[in-house]
Ligand binder design. Structure first.
Ligand code: HAM
Length: 533
């Protein structure tokens, strides 16, 4: 039996969408389109332009932006080219980057030693990791690794003989450049994007957008990927609609306008039970002191906390404030609050943001426990919840991230933005019955006979050109069956084309709701349909 053939008694495997992913189908996709079109329209009125960035980026981009210790990066990212959850792989990727960008002038003896030693160690560690299947390598990577080892040996040998060879410096530079080229080919890892703020900042830098009039206002929509435990409102491939404002200072009015925009969008969609929570988490000046104070206070009550919170006292005490564990709530309520520990500038900024929100009529609730799970935030943070979502009720999260562009090698740039969980937004709209009804077909063309078929094809073309949605059955059907089909599809009209109609030049238009019929000439048909739109 040939390979791939299925034995008679074996049933072919039925595939299902991978856990945490799903198909979005009609009629639901009509609601998705409605939501997305509303976003284009509303964000456009605030002067935002759309950016479409790639779905995967260098892992390093996310690790640096979101933070290597965050759940999103350390546990949930889909990393390609390396096994997931793998510190060896991440370490190798990092070391490779360092070597690639290391400056190695021929006059710097100790610099050369560091470069050659570290590259050799990189190669042997990479080999060891390959042996343990901790890293992935395609043929290109393996070849590059071999050439890299050869080039380093050549470099070292050549250096030993440098006194004898006159043109060694030139050769040295060439060999270092070659080593870097091979390093480039040792495939670094890429990751499916878990969010888009990092990509937008990367694009801002890459395209020199600081030269444009500031601030640059961008929005995006599309799939994101996080390996979370799937449940209602939480998926592994989910969709975000987000916006970012980059550059142009950190005036509190920018924060307020971004929030106003997302609230306007929700209002336009008639999203129900919208609740906006805001907070300020300070900046590099005041937050570290607050975090230390919080840690000290948490250590005093450590025994009363659960294992997650106990761990977070060390890794990220702010996240303890996020805890939903029932027994911890009364303890958390007594902890010091960041609002009382903001530096003067942050306190003034926060007060001004609140004032600006009030000027715009945006209703908010202050929530000192709102900290957010990504490292890049500072000062303003916010979250929006909506009804009908159960425990995964955050439909939007955002905040200010002033240092991020600089952290990624760009110029000092202020930034603020948000991302809406589109899946949750849709769920909430559906639960509250705010989803617009799916539009059925306008016209079902019931035709019989060869001549009628030709006429039906022409009629379908003309009606579609005029913007009507038309169903043209591909094979002849008895009129009774055709009308039944038209009913099932929710068509408003049936256009009946039989031999009589075609030879008379008068077509029958049947209104399916009441069964009334009219005879119309070809030019009258479109006019008649337009009347009832
Ligand atoms: P985030 O809070 O990680 O922030 O995600 C924003 C929103 O995406 C959440 O409030 C939620 O509605 C949705 N979301 C997140 N994970 C899932 C999931 N697994 N399934 C379904 N929905 C999910 C960010 O991503 C930041 N980049 C937001 C931002 C933009 N901050 C500044 N600019």
């Amino acid at each position: 039996m040939s390979e791939g053939a299925v034995k008679k008694e074996e049933k072919p495997r039925k595939f299902q969408a991978i856990r945490g992913t799903r198909d979005l189908l009609p009629p639901e996709t009509a609601l998705w389109n409605h939501v997305e079109q509303t976003a284009h329209a509303v964000f456009g009125t605030f002067g935002f332009g759309e950016i479409r960035s790639p779905i995967f980026e260098w892992t390093e981009l996310f690790a640096r932006s979101i933070g290597s210790n965050t759940d999103v990066v350390s546990k949930e990212m889909y990393v390609l080219g390396l096994q997931h959850d793998n510190p060896t792989g991440l370490d190798l990727a990092h070391r490779r980057e360092t070597l690639m960008f290391m400056s190695v002038p021929s006059s710097d003896k100790s610099g050369i030693d560091i470069f050659t030693m570290q590259t050799r160690k990189f190669c042997s560690d990479y080999d060891a990791a390959l042996g343990k299947e901790l890293v992935y390598a395609d043929v290109g990577t393996k070849v590059a690794l071999k050439y890299l080892k050869d080039s380093i040996s050549y470099l070292v040998d050549d250096l030993l003989e440098q006194t004898r060879a006159g043109d060694w410096q030139e050769r040295f530079d060439r060999t270092v450049a070659l080593c870097k080229q091979y390093l480039d080919l040792v495939e670094p890892t890429i990751a499916l994007r878990p969010e888009s703020t990092a990509s937008v900042c990367r694009a801002y830098i890459e395209h020199g957008m600081q030269q444009l009039p500031q601030p640059v206002k961008l929005y995006y929509m599309g799939p994101m990927f996080r390996r979370e435990r799937p449940q209602k409102g939480r998926y592994r491939q989910f969709y975000q609609i987000g916006a970012e404002v980059l550059g142009g200072g950190d005036a509190p009015a920018i924060d307020a306008e971004v929030i106003e925009m997302v609230m306007t969008f929700f209002d336009r969609l008639e999203l129900q039970g919208v609740q906006l929570d805001i907070n300020s988490i300070g900046d590099g000046n005041c937050r570290p002191k607050y975090v230390e104070l919080l840690r000290a206070e948490l250590l005093k009550v450590k025994d009363k906390l659960g294992p997650d919170s106990q761990r977070r006292i060390e890794t990220n005490p702010l996240r303890v404030l996020d805890s939903k564990v029932k027994e911890e709530q009364s303890i958390i309520e007594k902890l010091p609050r960041i609002a009382d520990h903001l530096c003067e500038e942050c306190a003034a900024h926060y007060a001004a943001v609140k004032h600006q929100l009030e000027m715009r009529g945006v209703i908010y609730r202050e929530n000192w426990r709102l900290v957010r799970g990504l490292d890049y935030y500072m000062r303003t943070t916010f979250e929006i919840t909506a009804q009908g979502l159960g425990s995964q009720n955050a439909v939007c999260g955002g905040g200010r991230y002033d240092g991020l562009v600089e952290l990624l090698g760009g110029p000092p740039t202020k930034g603020i933005g948000f991302a809406i969980g589109e899946d949750r937004l849709i769920l909430s709209l559906q639960e509250s019955g705010k989803a617009p009804a799916q539009q059925g077909r306008d016209v079902y063309i019931a035709w019989m006979g060869e001549r009628a078929h030709a006429t039906a094809i022409r009629a379908a073309k003309d009606l579609r050109k005029a913007g009507f949605s038309v169903e043209l059955p591909p094979v002849e059907q008895k009129f009774g069956k055709a009308l039944g089909q038209a009913d099932k599809l929710g068509a408003k009209y049936a256009l009946i084309l039989g031999d009589n109609e075609v030879s008379e030049g008068l077509w029958t238009l049947k209104t399916l709701a009441d069964g009334t019929q009219k005879k119309l000439s070809e030019p009258e048909l479109i006019k008649e349909l337009r009347k009832t739109r």
